[in-house]
Design a protein around this ligand. Structure first.
Ligand SMILES: [Zn+2]
Ligand SMILES: [Zn+2]
Length: 261
């Protein structure tokens, strides 16, 4: 039971920081924060993503390329180019590694204003560190597992960040509903997003990538946006285009000052 709760916690914690830091902060620059908080969130990503930690800088470039080339031949991950969940995951992995290793020629505009902490990535991104994380996961499984089938979750735990990235990138370009007719395959995968911290509203997001709140309809709820509002109120981040929805609930306003570096 404890192990299943840990797996559940790991899912939400890992995906929150991927959505908050990698996607909304690095790739889209929806809010700003001080360099000190940026480093704090780098560490949070490392702790929660562990063996599947990815560089926010390389992710940011890859994701901007996805928005610029959605579903065409240069899309770094598209079910149209690589059908099947695992094929999309593999294409994403290869695209990411080519960007990280500098093998992909990328225009400067895709590199602008991305966070970068090379010294930290050097430690967090290498294979020895990943193996240490895997050893920690195996130890936790051995200690807490009460049935053999629980070990079936172990590969998922090891690759959690990649699985979550592929889940959104594949599922949200295959199945779901559309609030907007687009010239791409983006879909909203869940009407009430209890799994993906608001990332399920991918059709809404493709329609307006600079909108901090991915929810549009009355029944949609973007949980990561809600957390962002609380952080805005607490002066941890400053949302650039604050929207009225939910902002009054937490008392967040445009006038909140932030100590920026
Ligand atoms: Zn997409
Ligand atoms: Zn995006």
């Amino acid at each position: 039971m404890i192990l299943l709760l840990l797996i559940l916690f790991h899912w939400y914690a890992s995906l929150f920081f991927q959505s908050f830091f990698h996607h909304r902060y690095a790739a889209h620059g929806l809010f700003v924060m001080s360099k000190g908080w940026e480093k704090f969130f780098y560490v949070c990503c490392f702790i929660t993503q562990g063996s599947s930690y990815i560089s926010a800088n390389s992710y940011g470039i890859m994701h901007r390329l996805h928005h610029a080339h959605t579903d065409d031949a240069d899309d770094p991950h598209s079910p149209l180019n690589s059908p099947g969940f695992l094929a999309t995951m593999w294409q994403t992995r290869n695209s990411y590694h080519d960007i990280f290793k500098g093998k992909t020629v990328v225009e400067d505009k895709y590199r602008a204003n991305l966070p970068e902490w090379k010294a930290f990535d050097k430690i967090a991104h290498n294979w020895i560190t990943r193996l240490v994380w895997i050893a920690i996961y195996v130890s936790l499984y051995i200690y807490f597992a009460t049935a053999w089938w629980m070990f079936l979750f172990l590969p998922f735990t090891i690759a959690i960040g990649s699985v979550q990235g592929a889940a959104v990138n594949w599922w949200a370009h295959k199945f779901g509903y559309e609030n907007y007719k687009m010239d791409n395959t983006s879909k909203n995968i869940l009407p009430f997003d209890v799994l993906f911290w608001g990332e399920a509203y991918h059709n809404n997001h493709h329609k307006n990538p600079s909108r901090p709140n991915n929810a549009v309809k009355w029944f949609e709820f973007d949980a990561a946006y809600f957390v962002m509002l609380v952080m805005h109120k607490l002066h941890i981040i400053r949302i650039k285009k604050l929207q009225p929805q939910l902002a009054t609930v937490v008392g967040a306003s445009e006038g909140v000052a932030l100590n920026r570096v």
